[in-house]
Ligand binder design. Structure first.
Ligand code: GUN
Length: 291
């Protein structure tokens, strides 16, 4: 039987560890604080932001949510970030993505103080990641790294194929796992939609990190025996047998590959729960950096 990498359980363990860290900080009169900005009314973003707010509350981190309407101007967003950048009590700033189409996302991300950029999306933090310097690492890649570490999955000299070149997952996880460090040191291939035939790459992969956002694309014929599957996809597909009329699936066809893999993350309950845990890890780190 393959190892089922349980992100929900691991995130709960991390939650307990983070609560202890927050309590220790509070003894020194430091309460970490995260500021969350939500622009517009995308239902998925609203759920993500309220989940982040709730996680903060559960572990004793202070958090504020600023909700701005869909027609907010770029200047109004920049003004809000500027206030938070200059507020000594705020350790982390998160602007929920995607932003409305009329807003220049890059300009907004560039305006966040890199020392408070707990999402790790500022080019200064991305540059540090690429150069192997300490900085904030984006939360989903950090969550994957933490799962590999806690499940003791050896990555050194292994061939890892990352599918998908997003700035949030694909590019940063490839850069993280190629570093000459423990639980990295991998031979990484970053594969994307321009690949004519992904099996040319995936069949030689010891570990596949699927983050292309295509429901159940990866089947057993794409992978080699004993591969480790890290599935970052969260896709909703119609399912009349469910009360809600849909179900969530990953980018990998879980049931199809299950008897061929050595370890796999389920969807939901795999990588997903780790993202928020890592956001709070980064926020607490930012508060510690002030000491
Ligand atoms: N939208 C989807 N994932 C993320 C994330 O990790 N951070 C932010 N800010 N927005 C997102």
């Amino acid at each position: 039987m393959p190892i089922i990498i349980d992100g929900k359980k691991t995130a709960n363990e991390i939650k307990i560890e983070l609560t202890q860290e927050v309590n220790q900080l509070k003894e020194k009169d430091i309460t970490p604080q995260l500021a969350l900005l939500l622009v517009g009314n995308d239902p998925a973003s609203e759920i993500y932001v309220s989940n982040k707010h709730k996680f903060c509350n559960d572990i004793g981190v202070a958090s504020i949510i600023e909700k701005l309407p869909n027609n907010t101007t770029e200047k109004e967003i920049l003004d809000r970030i500027s206030i938070w950048n200059n507020d000594k009590n705020i350790d982390g700033i998160l602007v929920q993505l995607p932003l409305p189409k009329n807003i220049n996302e890059t300009k907004i991300l560039l305006s966040i103080n890199p020392n408070k950029d707990v999402d790790g999306f500022h080019p200064e933090n991305i540059g540090k990641l690429v150069a192997g310097l300490p900085g904030y690492i984006p939360c989903t890649p950090l969550g994957i790294y933490e799962l590999l570490k806690r499940y003791n999955i050896d990555t050194s000299a292994k061939h890892i194929v990352v599918l998908g070149r997003s700035n949030i997952v694909g590019k940063p996880i490839a850069n993280l796992l190629v570093q000459k460090t423990k639980y990295a040191n991998a031979i990484v291939t970053l594969c994307h939609s321009a690949a004519k035939n992904i099996t040319d790459f995936t069949l030689s992969a010891d570990i596949i990190i699927a983050a292309m956002g295509v429901p159940e694309l990866i089947k057993k014929q794409h992978i080699k025996d004993g591969a480790v599957i890290i599935d970052v996809g969260i896709n909703s597909i119609a399912d009349a047998t469910k009360q809600k009329g849909y179900r969530l699936v990953g980018d990998v066809d879980y049931n199809d590959v299950l008897d061929k893999v050595s370890a796999i993350t389920p969807v939901p309950g795999g990588v997903g729960p780790m993202t928020i845990a890592m956001l709070l890890k980064n926020t607490i780190q930012s508060a510690k950096n002030k000491m």
